[in-house]
Structures are given as structure tokens and as C-alpha cells.
Ligand binder design. Sequence first.
Ligand code: ZN
Length: 60
Amino acid sequence: MSTYQTPTQERTDTDDRIEGPIPEFDKFGQHTGEHFYRCTDCRAEAMRERDLADCCGGAA
Ligand SMILES: [Zn+2]
């Protein structure tokens, strides 16, 4: 079982709250080549992760 860790990587609340990048599909199910991020709290979606940084106050 892998126990690989990245101790130098700083974890924030945003990491747990924001899901993505998620591939974006159009109404025909075709991948648009874009991707987006989603707030798992309120389901808000944004093209950039940083756009959701202040979403839901960013606090646990
Ligand atoms: Zn939110």
C-alpha cells in the first residue's frame, strides 16, 4: 500500500471544498476541451479554482 506523501504541499480548506478540475461537456456529451471547478458546499461552478476561493466564506 502506498504511503506516499507530499509534506511540502500546503493544504487549505479550499482543497477539500473545491472539486476539480472537472472536464466540461456540452449538451451533446462532447468534451469541450475546457474544465471547471465546483464548490462541493453550494455546487457553484467556476472556470478557475481561485474564483471559488471566497465562496462559502472559505471557512470550515
Ligand atoms: Zn460555495
